[in-house]
Design a protein around this ligand. Structure first.
Ligand code: FES
Length: 73
């Protein structure tokens, strides 16, 4: 997929929403896990759970792949 350059010449998104899957973050971010805990990610790409079923919240552990379609994000 081709993405036009943004206002600062950036040619790729920092946030990618995967259909029926996680949200991908590119680069360093602080993530609120929804329970008041702030966690830092410094990985090149981090997958944030959107289905709420991961055992490693706030990160995706792949559980969304085995959920029935109506429970997938
Ligand atoms: S989105 Fe992957 S486990 Fe929730």
């Amino acid at each position: 997929m081709s993405v036009p350059a943004g206002p600062e010449g950036v040619s790729h998104p920092d946030v990618i929403i995967c259909p029926r899957g996680p949200l991908l973050l590119r680069g360093d971010h602080l993530v609120d896990d929804g329970e008041g805990n702030i966690v830092r990610t410094e990985r090149p790409v981090s997958a944030v759970c959107r289905c709420g079923k991961s055992e490693t919240q706030p990160w995706c552990d792949g559980t969304h792949k085995v959920l029935p379609p109506k429970l997938q994000p």
